[in-house]
Design a protein around this ligand. Structure first.
Ligand SMILES: C[S@@+](CC[C@H](N)C(=O)[O-])C[C@H]1O[C@@H](n2cnc3c(N)ncnc32)[C@H](O)[C@@H]1O
Length: 328
């Protein structure tokens, strides 16, 4: 029996409330989400970590209180392109699990027609929702991409006609670790190993042949069940170096004459459990064999060029550093 990840049997979800729902653009408001959930299940909802992704990448949006007082590290690519001299870099962005397409809609507003490209992807049955919500966009194309399907990754690469001038610069992953209480068998590990496999495919030959720099992977993630999510990060960190986006106040005050220190970027008060990570494929990992079994992949087999099971502790270190010292 094939399990449909967007319609698990206990599904009971409601639209998320957000600043974008107040905009005149109602494609992502409560009514639109309610309708989309009926047809597309989980994929029809706008998930919480996408708001953190947009707080990072879409600071100029009228839907958000632009936090001009914050410096961000790394600078979002959407702002690097708003410098005084227009950047000559060509952007080629691929999004995985785009769902209703809110993140793509906002990012596409920063792209330059005729030059940049954005491919948004999801399961084949979700693509009509993306096509509908992104209709009329001159820079965005919708393609099916089921995680774990090497064929899908390769066919996108060939339709983009990737070349030294046109190579993947960014991969966007917004809230792809989501699950609800009771839905854990659906999302873990059955989907997360294929997700990691797709990230490996997209950053390996032939999609990204050396010496091309691998794309920057930007992931927004909300902690829902650490026990189930940690194995993904323990495997991911073996193949990708990753760290949270950092922020600091620009203003200097009498108490902080040297300015404020860098801290993990938190998109809004109370959102400490939502992270925005920036990751890059570890160069040495391109020579390692990716194991065929999902269980082996999540167990770290093949990483480091060796068959033993292993785990990376970047994620645990980030969590420990995020704890308020008063709580320890
Ligand atoms: C929780 S939703 C997140 C949607 C959107 N990115 C957001 O932040 O609102 C997870 C998305 O991943 C997609 N997805 C789940 N399993 C998938 C798979 N095996 N291959 C491709 N996409 C998948 C779902 O269709 C859904 O759109």
């Amino acid at each position: 029996m094939t399990i449909n990840p967007n319609f698990p049997s206990e599904l009971d979800i409601k639209p998320s409330l957000n600043a974008f729902a107040r905009l005149s653009d109602d494609r992502f408001g409560a009514t639109a989400q309610r309708r989309a959930i009926e047809t597309y299940g989980i994929a029809g909802r706008v998930w919480e970590a996408s708001y953190a992704m947009l707080a990072y990448l879409d600071r100029a949006s009228s839907a958000l209180d632009f936090r001009d007082d914050l410096e961000l590290d790394p600078l979002p690519f959407t702002e690097a392109h708003r410098g005084q001299a227009p950047s000559s870099d060509v952007l080629t962005i691929l999004e995985l699990g785009s769902g209703a397409g809110l993140v793509a809609t906002r990012i596409s507003s920063y792209l330059r027609e005729g030059r940049d490209a954005m491919i948004i992807t999801d399961l084949p049955e979700v693509c009509p929702l993306l096509q509908h919500n992104l209709r009329g966009s001159a820079v965005v194309e919708v393609h099916p991409l089921s995680w774990g399907s090497r064929q899908d990754a390769l066919s996108i690469a060939s339709s983009l006609a990737l070349s030294p001038e046109r190579h993947l610069t960014h991969i966007i992953c917004s809230d792809l670790h989501t699950h609800q209480h009771g839905l854990s068998q659906v999302y873990f590990p059955a989907l997360l190993a294929p997700l990691l496999r797709t990230l490996l495919d997209l950053t390996s030959e032939p999609v990204t042949p050396p010496p091309q720099e691998p794309p920057e992977v930007i992931i927004s993630y909300r902690i829902r069940s650490l026990a189930k999510e940690t194995p993904f990060w323990a495997a991911f960190g073996l193949w990708f170096a990753f760290s949270p986006v950092l922020a600091r106040q620009k203003a200097r005050t009498a108490d902080t004459p040297d300015g404020h220190g860098w801290e993990r970027f938190v998109s809004a008060p109370g959102q400490e459990e939502t992270f925005v990570f920036v990751a890059r494929r570890r160069p040495e990992s391109r020579a390692w064999d990716v194991p065929e079994s999902d269980e082996d992949l999540l167990g770290g087999v093949g990483a480091g060029g060796s068959p033993g099971r292993k785990a990376d502790d970047t994620f645990e270190t980030i969590l420990l550093m995020s704890l308020d010292p008063m709580d320890v």
